[in-house]
Design a protein around this ligand. Structure first.
Ligand code: EPU
Length: 336
């Protein structure tokens, strides 16, 4: 465990917000989690920070932030064409992608280049280009902070849904995830439902291999999403809103190019990015904050933005989208 006081979090959140934490504990192994919980996390407030890729800090944090830095990927079992990997919470997500490409394990290649740590992947059920991480997670291990007890949740226990899980509901801010277990396939199999990905592979006349699919995903992301190492951002700032079929029909009549995907129970999931663009916000800048020029769903810090500037843009976007479409966007990012 490594403890620091009055820690600047600027390099610990991809938005690049300069805020300070009173105490900052780096968790260096899963074994030390119980002692850290006992000593530091019982005193509130506390927050478990993964890669900081989905957190917007809005003020200094007058408490303890615990940040897992222990990584490692272990192959635990191989049977038939299935492999079981145990990945430690502090492992950067994209390292796991590289490992899977090297070992030819199929299943998560569409999730290439998502910023953040493996331990955070189940929390918001990361997803991209037709794949959600829930489809490969077998179990999640960790500790409950309120009881100090270890837990082991099966895939069903995690109650995964679109950008949602038990870790964002009942267990919100009450657990330290230590390991995530993934089941992947050694058999060649791809998910090619995202038109942009299929097109990109075809245009480049690339044979279907893990590396090529992963490279194409990386290119698509590079074209649409700002690199947080250069322009601070937290990926999609809002969730794609789900509306009832009737509401969708009304909007579609008004906006024939409205993008929509089928959602459970006959509902439709709309593209928040498109709604924000239609509300006139794509690439708009207010002070040092704004929305990204190639993907309006991403709010950005152009450099030196304060949390208030980012929140100001978010509020204005919510207001204008609501005024135009009667839809209230919900934040995808964790606001702290
Ligand atoms: N669109 C616009 N204007 C925009 C942005 C998008 O018209 O400014 C349109 C696009 O033309 C497209 C549709 O909206 O027809 C969907 O856009 P895109 O494919 O970029 O995906 P998204 O729905 O905006 C979601 C995820 C992303 C993920 C992509 C690809 C959410 C909240 N976001 O975005 O995830 O990479 O799909 O699968 O579900 C993230 O969560 O941080 C993230 C980046």
């Amino acid at each position: 465990m490594k403890l620091s006081e009055n820690q600047n979090l600027k390099t610990y959140n991809t938005f690049g917000m300069e805020v300070y934490a009173r105490r900052f504990v780096q968790l260096e192994s899963a074994e030390e989690v119980p002692a850290v919980m006992e000593e530091w996390l019982r005193q509130r407030p506390y927050y478990i920070l993964g890669g900081g890729a989905n957190t917007l800090f809005t003020e200094d944090f007058d408490g303890t932030i615990a940040h897992p830095v222990f990584g490692g990927i272990e192959m635990m079992e191989k049977s038939g064409e299935k492999v079981l990997l145990r990945v430690a919470a502090g492992e950067p997500w994209d390292n796991l992608i590289q490992y899977c490409i090297e070992h030819e394990y199929y299943g998560i290649e569409n999730l290439t280049a998502i910023p953040g740590l493996a331990g955070s992947a189940p929390v918001q059920n990361i997803g991209a280009y037709g794949v959600e991480v829930k489809d490969t997670i077998v179990k999640v291990q960790g500790y409950r902070i309120s009881t100090g007890e270890p837990f082991e949740l099966t895939n069903a226990d995690c109650r995964f849904a679109y950008r949602n899980s038990v870790f964002k509901q009942e267990m919100k801010n009450d657990c330290v995830i230590t390991y995530v277990w993934f089941q992947l396939s050694t058999e060649k199999h791809f998910t090619l439902t995202y038109q942009g990905l299929v097109q990109s592979l075809q245009e480049r006349e690339m044979p279907l291999t893990l590396r090529n699919v992963s490279d194409c995903v990386r290119r698509i992301r590079d074209a649409k999403l700002p690199d947080p190492a250069i322009i601070g951002n937290g990926g999609s700032f809002f969730k794609n809103p789900v509306v009832q079929a009737g509401k969708y029909r009304d909007l579609k009549a008004q906006y024939p190019d409205l993008v929509a995907y089928d959602a459970p129970n006959g509902d439709k999931k709309l593209s928040a990015g498109q709604l924000i663009e239609k509300a006139g916000w794509k690439g708009k800048r207010v002070g040092n904050a704004g929305t990204w020029k190639n993907q309006a769903l991403v709010l950005v810090n152009h450099g030196g933005a304060t949390p208030q500037e980012v929140l100001g843009v978010a509020d204005a976007v919510i207001h204008d989208v609501n005024a135009l479409f009667g839809i209230t966007l919900e934040m995808e990012i964790n606001r702290m």
